[in-house]
Structures are given as structure tokens and as C-alpha cells.
Ligand binder design. Structure first.
Ligand SMILES: [Mg+2]
Ligand SMILES: [Zn+2]
Length: 238
């Protein structure tokens, strides 16, 4: 069965969380990324859709200023080679982001990856203010802006085994719905707390090794082999 690698953008395809840096840079005193502001989302009380709307209400930025800022960031240098190798063996690679379209599109195009499928929330710029728009999705959880759980279910319905690659709490719906999860940072800790099977990764060189190993055998056996390759750090095999 072909695999679909659904890759989070901020903190994953891009090693930096560009969305967070953007919200910090263009809100008064960085308030939109302050721990107090994020607390209700971190606790699960507020969904990411409402968090994004609340953050955007604080931002003052034009499209030109926004692109100027986000062009200071780059992608994991291993991502493009991974994507091309995965596609060459018949797998799919898609970027699924809870961030914004303007920088996801720009950074992918500048990396020569403008042809990869991607989805994100839309940010509308209007004379210094910004408003988010969320992709319509009847199969999402209703709390995310661009629910990765909905994407995972759609790729599976198309006949793919879904591998979610991510680093953060906005990947939770995707991780629950995926057949397999590769995680680092907050997502890794969350998967372990929840008892979800998860394979740790450091960067897309690791993800590429998973893709090649998966092509050579069934997921569970491949997972064990990779656990060894990554120093036995694979945890939470449910
Ligand atoms: Mg992330
Ligand atoms: Zn969701």
C-alpha cells in the first residue's frame, strides 16, 4: 500500500516555528505568543481555530512586511531530498499546516517544491489588519483551523497508509487519525502520555530512512528496525 507522509510545516518541514515567530513579531510586545495568551490552548480548553482568530486580532502587519519577515526562515535541508525519494518510490508527501498560506506557499516555492500538495489556513491582509480564514472541512474536529485528522482520513480513503510527521500540539488530531506517527518535541511527549505508538525523529534524514525501510517491509517490522537505527529510542508501541 502506498504511504502518504503528511508533514507539519512549522517546527517540522521548517525547523523554526515561523507562525509563532510571526505572531510574536507583529503583536504588541509579542503578546500573541505569550505563555498567558497560549495557556487556554495548551490546556485543551480552546481549539486552534479560536486561538488563531484571537492572535490575528492582535496583529498589525502588511503582506509585504509579513513576507519580508518570513523569508528570513528556511526549510530542513533534508526535506526536499526526502520528498523526491518518497515520490520516486510511489509514496505521497503533503504539507498539512495550521499556519498560514502566504509563507507555506512562498517557502515551498523558493525550495523548488511548489508542486507538492499543501494546505494551510488563509491569512487575508487588509490595510494593516489581518483576518484568518479556515479551509472548509466536514470531516475535521471543528476545533482546529485546518484539522490534520480530516486530512489523514481523506488520504486513507484514497488508499494510502497515513504517516503523520510533526512536532507540536496542533498535530494531535492528525496523530490520532494516522496509521503511524513520527514525532519530536511536544508531540512526542504527548503521544507517549496518551499511549499512542510513536517513532521519534530528529530531522528529515530520519524520516527518509523510515520511508525507505517502510518500502522494504511491513510497518511494524520497519518500526522496530528504525527504533534500532535511532538508538532504540522508539517508545510507546501500543
Ligand atoms: Mg509544528
Ligand atoms: Zn482537529
Amino acid at each position: 500500500m502506498p504511504r502518504a507522509f503528511l508533514c507539519d510545516f512549522d517546527g517540522t518541514v521548517s525547523p523554526s516555528d515561523i507562525g509563532a515567530a510571526f505572531a510574536r513579531r507583529f503583536s504588541p510586545e509579542g503578546e500573541a505568543e505569550s505563555p498567558a495568551f497560549l495557556a487556554r490552548w495548551m490546556s485543551g480548553e480552546m481549539g486552534h481555530r479560536d486561538l488563531t482568530a484571537a492572535q490575528c486580532a492582535l496583529l498589525r502587519v502588511t503582506r509585504e512586511e509579513a513576507l519580508d519577515f518570513t523569508r528570513g526562515f528556511g526549510l530542513d535541508p533534508h526535506f526536499a531530498p526526502f520528498a523526491r525519494a518518497a515520490e520516486a518510490q510511489g509514496d505521497a508527501v503533503a504539507v498539512v499546516s495550521e499556519g498560514f498560506d502566504f509563507y507555506v506557499r512562498d517557502l515551498l516555492e523558493r525550495a523548488g517544491l511548489g508542486d507538492l500538495p499543501w494546505s494551510a489556513n488563509t491569512l487575508r491582509f487588509d490595510t494593516g489588519a489581518v483576518t484568518p480564514e479556515f479551509p472548509p472541512a466536514s470531516d475535521g474536529c471543528g476545533r482546529c483551523g485546518n484539522c490534520k485528522g480530516g486530512h489523514a482520513r481523506r488520504w486513507r480513503a484514497r488508499g494510502f497508509e497515513v504517516v503523520l510527521v510533526g512536532d507540536g500540539l496542533s498535530d494531535r488530531c492528525g496523530a490520532r487519525a494516522a496509521d503511524r506517527v513520527l514525532a519530536r518535541r511536544d508531540l512526542l511527549a504527548w503521544c507517549r502520555r496518551e499511549g499512542l505508538a510513536v517513532t521519534p525523529f530528529q530531522d528529515f534524514a530520519d524520516v527518509a530512512r523510515v520511508a525507505l525501510a517502510a518500502a522494504a517491509g511491513p510497518p511494524r517490522a520497519a518500526g522496530s528496525a528504525l527504533g534500532g537505527a535511532l538508538g532504540g529510542a522508539s517508545g510507546g508501541e501500543a
